[in-house]
Structures are given as C-alpha cells and as structure tokens.
Write a protein that binds this ligand. Structure first.
Ligand code: CP
Length: 331
C-alpha cells in the first residue's frame, strides 16, 4: 500500500517553520522540550478519576476521522473520546464495510474523506510507514496522527506511557525501565524507548528470549538480557509486551507455557523485582501468556491508568495540531 520503504526518504517535517505541530508520525526527532509540552498540555485536560471529564470548545467545527485499517480498542476509542471532548465532529471510518472491500486504494479512501471536510486523520495501518505516506499525500492544512503502523511506531502510546511514568517517577535520568517480551514485533517498544531516551532515561533493558530481541537491537541504545531476574533487578518500571501473533509468520515460540514460566509477569517471577516496581502494559494483554490477571489488575499496576491517560494525551496532541486553526483553514 505504501509504495515503498519509509527509509530512503527525507525525514517528514512534523513541525512547521513556526514551531507548530503539523503531523505526529513518530517520536524520532522530537526534543525533550517538544515532548514535555505535549505532556504538560495533557495535564491541563486530565481530571481525577470519578470526576466529570473536561469538555472544551477548542476544535468546534473541525472534523476528525479515525481511519483504522487494523483493529483497536484503546487507541480508537480514546481518540474518539478525545475528539468529542474537544468538541470536534468525529467520523469512525469502518474499513470492514467500506468500499475498500471493492478494491478502493487506501489513498483514494483518504482523499474521499478529505473531500468531506476531514482535516485531521488518526491512522492505524498494518504497513510500516503508512502514516508517513498518508502525511506526505494529504492536502496542505490537513494533518495525520499515527495511531500505530506495522512494527514501526505508535507515538501516541509512547507519549501516554511517558506521561503515566512521569506522574510516578518524574526524574527520567534516574529511571530504570525493563521492557519484557516481544520487543522485536512491537511498535510500542520502539516508540516508548525513543520517548524515554528523549526525556533522559539511560537505563532501559530489553528482556526476553532471543527470538523476541529486535534485529537492530545494537542501534537502540538499550541493554539486553534473556535472564528475567537480571533484567527486572532494581527496575522502577516493568513493562510487559504482547506477543504480536498477527505479525509473526509461523511459530516463533516452541512452548507458550514455557514462555509464561520464564518471562511472564507472574507473582513468582516478580519476586525478583523491587516490591514497589510499577507494572505497565500497552494492552491488549494475553492473560497467562505475558502477564497474569492478578498482576495486571494488582496494586502495582498502572495499566488502566495508561488507558485513562490516553484520552488527555490524545486531546493534547489534537489541540496542539489543530487548536490554533480555523476549521476550514487547509492552507
Ligand atoms: N495499545 C493499543 O494500541 O491498544 P489497541 O490495539 O486496543 O488500540
């Protein structure tokens, strides 16, 4: 679909010459100050659990389209809630019942929705580079937010991850993070590592069997280990990652029970971690594979806080992209 590699292209400008966020396709290239501005903006939209959500007229008259070519629960729904709370009109495009099933090209789908007045697309796609590709093809004044593309990037997840971490561990320079599981096929891991590093984190460990270590792990600036106990030792944050079965051809693990025994976030395995280590997971979780339910919903878990924070962080990104524009300003 994307007509070629995301590589060998000049980097897409995510900010315009006035410093205004135009697209968000990846974390790469964002500075600590730019990330911090997004997180601080999210703070202004967040409300305490159990209190009424913030609703503001910032994007009244704007049309936001959730264009998801791949399934989602958290990301699509929180983008929808975020847009509603900014008072935008929201279109949740249903790929499964669309004319794509008749052979329409993804770009023609985008142009069609753009002709209806959508000026901000939240795009999820199974192909690496899809969001970048769409961002290069939209009309001037139309923006693209990457809601996850292949194994490449999931920048809004990374931003909600660091937002959640910041609330509990504001000093990123002294933070110890262990990412456990299928890092090789995880777009979340790549983006979250980049966001952590941009904010100053240096102690990031990738923990899992060799089959789940990324091929380019030497270039990621992280340490690696196949030893769970060593990987989580002293970690402040332990983030489990789902086995991305939909991106794995054939069988990569000989025995999932064996994987659960060695690498699962279980009470038994976490006895090697600090008692107050926080547990995170981008979701969806595979219960009894990479994490047990009592850990996912236990006292140290931040998983549902991550979900909740997704609304404020996505509100912040949309507000920073479109908040200063008039709805019909496509220049
Ligand atoms: N974390 C995440 O992307 O979850 P969904 O696939 O449910 O959106």
């Amino acid at each position: 679909m994307t007509n070629g590699s995301i590589h060998n292209k000049p980097e897409l400008a995510q900010y315009d010459t006035n410093g205004q966020l135009r697209h968000l396709v990846g974390i790469g290239g964002l500075t600590a100050a730019q990330i911090t501005r997004i997180l601080d903006t999210a703070d202004g939209f967040n409300t305490a659990p159990g209190t009424a959500p913030t609703k503001v007229p910032l994007l009244r008259g704007h049309t936001i389209c959730n264009l998801f070519f791949e399934n989602s629960t958290r990301t699509r729904t929180t983008f929808e809630l975020a847009a509603q709370r900014l008072s935008a009109d929201v279109v949740n495009f249903d790929v499964g019942t669309s004319s794509r099933t008749k052979g329409e090209h993804d770009l023609d789908t985008l142009y069609t929705l753009q002709a209806m007045g959508a000026t901000l697309f939240c795009v999820r796609h199974p192909d690496d580079g899809a969001a970048d590709y769409f961002a290069r093809h939209v009309a001037p004044g139309v923006s693209v937010i990457n809601a996850g593309d292949g194994t490449n990037a999931h920048p809004t997840q990374a931003l909600l991850d660091v937002y959640t971490i910041r609330a509990h561990h504001p000093d990123f320079h002294n933070l110890r993070v262990a990412l456990v599981g299928d890092v090789r096929h995880s777009r979340v891991a790549r983006s979250t590592i980049a966001a952590l590093q941009a904010l100053g984190a240096t102690d990031i460990r990738v923990v899992g069997p060799n089959a789940f270590l990324p091929h380019d792990v030497d270039q990621l600036g992280v340490s690696t280990t196949t030893d769970f106990a060593a990987g989580v030792d002293g970690a402040d944050i332990i983030m489990g990652l789902r086995i991305q079965r939909e991106r794995i051809q054939g069988s990569i693990l000989e025995d999932e029970n064996d994987y659960h025994r060695h690498y699962g976030l279980t009470a038994n395995n976490l006895a090697h971690a600090k008692p107050d280590a926080h547990i995170m997971h981008p979701g969806p979780i595979n219960r009894a594979v990479e994490i047990d339910a009592d850990i996912a919903y236990g006292p140290n878990s931040l998983i549902l806080e991550q979900v909740r924070n997704g609304i404020a962080v996505r509100m912040a990104i949309m507000a920073l992209i479109a908040g200063g524009r008039t709805p019909n300003d496509t220049t």
